[in-house]
Design a binder for this molecule. Structure first.
Ligand code: EPZ
Length: 416
């Protein structure tokens, strides 16, 4: 599938931001823990969400996705083995390791898939779960996990890994004793997982700080929960508005979750008006370059908005430098931006972007989820027509992307 975009339309209007992909995925894994019914509201219709639902159904759950509500009945889980083809569909399948071992004391999974944005090991996940008393063997491409009882303990993460933090929380919510996670990731999605698990009766505190304390409980009960808004989708539409010199209002957003982006866009000359749950960006004639953007764990500048920001800086006045500290190969999309006339030099984890007057439309290829979204944004502001190929990557993280952009005034079509 492809997008055909005729650039130059200013985006105007209002858009409501839906639930966060990187929140609903670990929370769906967590629905395995209560052996009952969980009702989730404001869930986005994304490929990764459908993949996670397929895994839950494979394990024996009954899952219904109606409107933006997902209802999971995990009373009938009969399996603990996840076939390789399902595991490879996304990175988030790794969360099932913690959830399955917590529920069954056994799990058999293979290595997860996910965007090709560099080496994505799971060593911290495995080391942490072994420390909790889980016997983990890797053979023939599968990871066999087994334990008699998970025993809470102190775990200090070498890297504040989002996934490893979440996997540990899933594994120890019903463990014997207390677990303390040091150097934990502080992303809002971690807080959302804590709040979801606590709504099931877990006893977790500290999410959002670098120390999370989980007191194991005997069992977890049914719950109903609303997923937090997707801060990366919000940031993507904010940048789309900026690139087209438009005037867009985003509703159902948490300003605190994208403070770092707002600060950089203000530095670039944009006036951003915020209220208690809306953000509005006013157009500016030509953004200024930003001296330095460094992607960091939350609350630093998010790696998942790095590509979109580089698309904006490609036509800014001056030279910007972007350093990607989280993943080791997350600049592939810049080769495609250069085909559109951008002046970008990449050396390892550093990209130097010299602003040009305009980008021009051509045919480009999406290589991963956020890089693909960045190419769409570039096409919205470019002169002429841009064809973005392999947009299946983008479908993994953006619900109704072209429909929403069209409603805001973009000239974008999904074509074969
Ligand atoms: C989550 O990935 C997100 N995905 C990513 O979003 C996001 O970019 C990333 O966190 C960082 O914020 C989901 O939540 C589903 P990490 P995750 O573990 O958990 C290294 C998107 O576009 N590491 O925090 O995989 C790792 O290689 C996606 O929505 C180890 O070395 O990220 C990376 O360099 C892309 N060993 C760094 O830590 C491990 O065992 C951060 O990874 C685990 C991670």
């Amino acid at each position: 599938m492809k997008y055909r975009i005729n650039g130059g339309n200013k985006l105007n209007g209002e858009i409501r931001i839906g639930g966060a992909k990187n929140s609903v995925l670990p929370i769906l894994a967590a629905t395995l823990l209560n052996k009952g019914t969980s009702v989730l509201h404001d869930c986005p219709k994304l490929k990764d969400v459908f993949s996670m639902i397929e895994i839950l159904k494979h394990l024996g759950c009954a899952v219904e996705f109606s409107g933006s509500d997902i209802i999971v009945d995990s009373s009938g889980v009969i399996d603990y083995h996840i076939p390789d083809k399902l595991m490879r569909t996304m990175r988030s399948s790794i969360f099932l390791m913690g959830a399955l071992v917590s529920r069954n004391n056994i799990a058999q999974i293979s290595f997860p898939g996910g965007c090709d944005i560099g080496h994505r090991p799971i060593d911290l996940h495995l080391k942490s779960l072994r420390k909790l008393g889980i016997n983990i063997k890797e053979s023939f491409g599968y990871i066999h996990c087994k334990c008699t009882k998970i025993k809470g303990c102190e775990i200090h993460l070498d890297i504040p890994s989002v996934g490893a933090t979440e996997n540990i929380m899933l594994a120890v919510s019903m463990a014997d004793g207390t677990t303390i996670i040091g150097n934990a990731a502080k992303e809002p999605e971690i807080e959302d997982l804590q709040n979801f698990l606590n709504s099931m009766g877990a006893q977790i505190t500290g999410a959002g700080t670098n120390t999370i304390i989980i007191k194991g409980v005997k069992e977890l009960h049914d719950t109903e929960y609303t997923i937090i808004p997707d801060r990366i989708v919000a940031g993507t539409y904010l940048i789309a508005s900026a690139i087209t010199k438009g005037d867009v209002v985003l509703t159902n957003v948490v300003k605190k979750h994208i403070e770092s982006l707002i600060s950089k866009m203000s530095e670039s000359g944009f006036k951003i008006v915020t209220g208690n749950d809306f953000i509005r960006i006013e157009p500016c004639v030509r953004p200024r370059a930003v001296d330095m953007i460094i992607t960091l764990p939350y609350p630093g500048f998010p790696t998942d908005l790095q590509a979109q920001m580089v698309s904006l800086l490609s036509t800014a006045d001056g030279t910007s430098i972007v350093t990607e500290t989280i993943f080791d190969n997350r600049f592939k999309y810049t080769e495609e931006l250069v085909r559109m006339g951008a002046d970008i030099k990449v050396d390892g984890r550093i990209a130097v972007i010299k602003g040009v007057e305009n980008l021009t439309g051509t045919s480009v290829v999406a290589r991963d989820l956020r890089g693909g979204a960045a190419l769409v944004l570039a096409g919205l502001g470019a002169i002429g027509t841009t064809i973005v190929e392999d947009i299946e990557h983008i479908d993994r993280g953006y619900d109704k992307f072209d429909e929403n952009l069209k409603n805001l005034g973009a000239d974008i079509e999904r074509i074969m």
